[in-house]
Ligand binder design. Sequence first.
Ligand code: URA
Length: 434
Amino acid sequence: MRAVDIIIKKREGQKLSFEEIEFIVMGYVKEQIPDYQVSAFLMAAFLKGLDYQETASLTQIMRDSGDIIDVSGISRPTVDKHSTGGVGDKTSLIVAPLLACFGFAMPKMSGRGLGHTGGTIDKLESIPGFTVELTNEEFIRQVEDIGLALIAQTGNITPADKKLYSLRDVTGTVDSIPLIVGSIMSKKLAAGAETIILDVKCGSGAFMKELSDAKQLAESMVDIGKNFNKKIRAVISSMNQPLGYAVGNALEVLEVIELLKGEGPDDLYEISEEIVVQALLASGKYDDPQKARDDIREKIESKEALEKFAEFIRAQGGDSAIIDDYSMLKVSARIKEVRYSKSGYISNINTEKIGYASMLLGAGRATKEDVIDMGVGIKYYGKVGNKVKEGDLLAEIYYLNDDSLDDVVLILESETIISHKECKKDILIYEIVS
Ligand code: URA
């Protein structure tokens, strides 16, 4: 087999066999095929597409390129959750303790933030003492003991995805649905859980700006998951405004604690609840969604989920006193208020830019090497459709130094569009794909 023949075949829009895809992908992982040929292959796949069978082959090859987590030693039913990424998306930290309260085990590996989106691992590292690195044995033992563990992705999971993703990033081939499906689903399959809930974000702060694309991505991932015998569903949800109010690591952990105390923002509660409901239904544990919702509410009101979150923090070396003493989270004490400069209705929020503003403050990374400041970020109170008055509070900026403060203020003001006409509220959950 020769790489050039496979590239030409895909360039001509022909279907590739499992062996041909494996030749390219594993040849690249083993450094037998150079970047320039794999780049050409990725562009051909981007332009001509991959059909269902090719996407399934790519997913399987990428899954098997490294370690697969063995969850067979866990006695509880296993569940995993994945979000395609957004701004202020801290749902994993709410969903994981809730599902543990229902008797599930969530052995979850998460990523760090890059660009305008945040990452669960960074958020957890804002908790004093918390470690995101456990050995395989510690990881599985903790999941068995308390029902959840959350760690940074280890070096040996899907090395093919790491290499291909870096190349896609610099060759304009990231936003291809089959390549995204292969990337996400290979990691989810390697993580081993029986039930998988995907939160596919759609809108101004998401990868997928259009509902039709988000739907196609969700359907394709659900189909592939089923092909590998997973119980899988996708929630398609809006990223037309930041989720909750907090954007930035320690601020987001604080908002999670508030929510688990029954005091968090409504939109964050609604999407977290929906993900848990879909996990309970998909796994077969519940068949009545209303009963599932009532029981979730009870786990919040009784503080059982909050106690589980505290147990999880302690298990990973963190100080759970943060639950009552917020000062331990070291949120910056320097706060700048931003107020609406006119009255009207919020018609549009450029959510990607709000995430970008938070990154400028130091809460996120422009490049993988950047070091982040845990205590900075934004509390952004705008929601699409809200009626606002000149002088009302739009946002609070938590900052450490003044370097980018003026730019951040400008972004928050200019990317929040106010109309004199009444506007509809945003729809948070568009659809469930099962
Ligand atoms: N997230 C991933 O993990 N992979 C992609 O290709 C896109 C988003």
